[in-house]
Design a protein around this ligand. Structure first.
Ligand code: ADP
Ligand code: MG
Length: 250
């Protein structure tokens, strides 16, 4: 595989300034990094360190002030709003802390929604397969209020994955879940990486959540200040990650 094919997203010297003049805040201050295909990266750092901004810029939800973000052969930073939306619909999937399923729709209808926005009708068997992938084939006709938080987040994962995105982005995906449900969602994300080689980028401030990833990147004041390769299956990983986080907060 060539280098180019091996990288799903490449950030080159990305800066992002929110607001203007005296109220300008530099949220990202020259971030460069590659996300390899099939890798699972955790973005960590204290509150306000730029994690969400990094995710939003990498995913094309937001536009860097300068620098480039290469995804699927395009520089997202150079695209206009419309082209950026199109690229996002085709190539990226999202899950957020606020699960935001449509309350009046069933699980199956929620899962088909993004494909419909992209102008595609999804055959029923694909929706069933996507729900089966997240272990919820028997909940297809249920509405969000009839499901637990963990089940809702798994529906959101099925919805994010139905378009076959190059990259799955998750911003604090377990932030609203209890320990048990968090474990289910994280194990599911891990198996999507292992079994489907789903490139995944997850923002979290939780070391236990980050321990499911292959690599943790640490941000502080909009810069990458540390990174850690995570060896699978070591129970002490979360403690090692937590110690790095504590170091940053000093
Ligand atoms: P994190 O996700 O790590 O908590 P954010 O990326 O949300 O950090 O924010 C980084 C910095 O940018 C913070 O100082 C935050 O207050 C600021 N910021 C984020 N979004 C905006 C915005 N839309 N307008 C102004 N400032 C913002
Ligand atoms: Mg955030």
């Amino acid at each position: 595989m060539t280098r180019r094919q091996a990288v799903a997203i490449q950030l080159n010297n990305v800066r992002k300034v929110h607001g203007e003049d005296t109220r300008a805040v530099t949220a990202l201050d020259g971030v460069s990094m590659d996300f390899e295909r099939g890798s699972f990266t955790a973005i960590m750092g204290p509150s306000g360190s730029g994690k969400s901004t990094l995710l939003h810029c990498a995913a094309g939800l937001d536009r860097p002030t300068s620098g480039s973000v290469t995804l699927a052969g395009s520089d997202i930073a150079a695209l206009g709003e419309k082209a950026r939306t199109e690229l996002r619909r085709r190539h990226v999937g999202f899950v957020f802390q606020a699960i935001n399923l449509v309350g009046s729709l069933t699980a199956a209808q929620n899962v088909e929604l993004p494909a419909r926005f992209a102008g595609r009708r999804v055959p029923a068997h694909e929706v069933t397969a996507a729900l089966a992938e997240v272990g919820l084939e028997d909940r297809a006709a249920h509405r969000p209020a009839e499901m637990s938080g963990g089940q809702q987040q798994r529906v959101a994962l099925a919805r994010a994955l139905i378009t076959g995105p190059d990259v799955l982005f998750a911003d604090e995906p377990t932030g609203a879940l209890d320990t048990r449900a968090s474990k289910d969602v994280l194990s599911l994300m891990r198996s999507l990486v292992d079994d489907q080689h789903q490139t995944t980028v997850m923002v979290t401030h939780d070391p236990l959540a980050a321990s499911y990833a292959d690599r943790a990147i640490f941000l502080k004041d909009g810069r990458i200040v540390d990174s850690l390769e995570i060896e699978r299956g070591r129970p002490e990983n979360a403690a090692v990650i937590a110690a790095r986080m504590t170091g940053l907060e000093k």
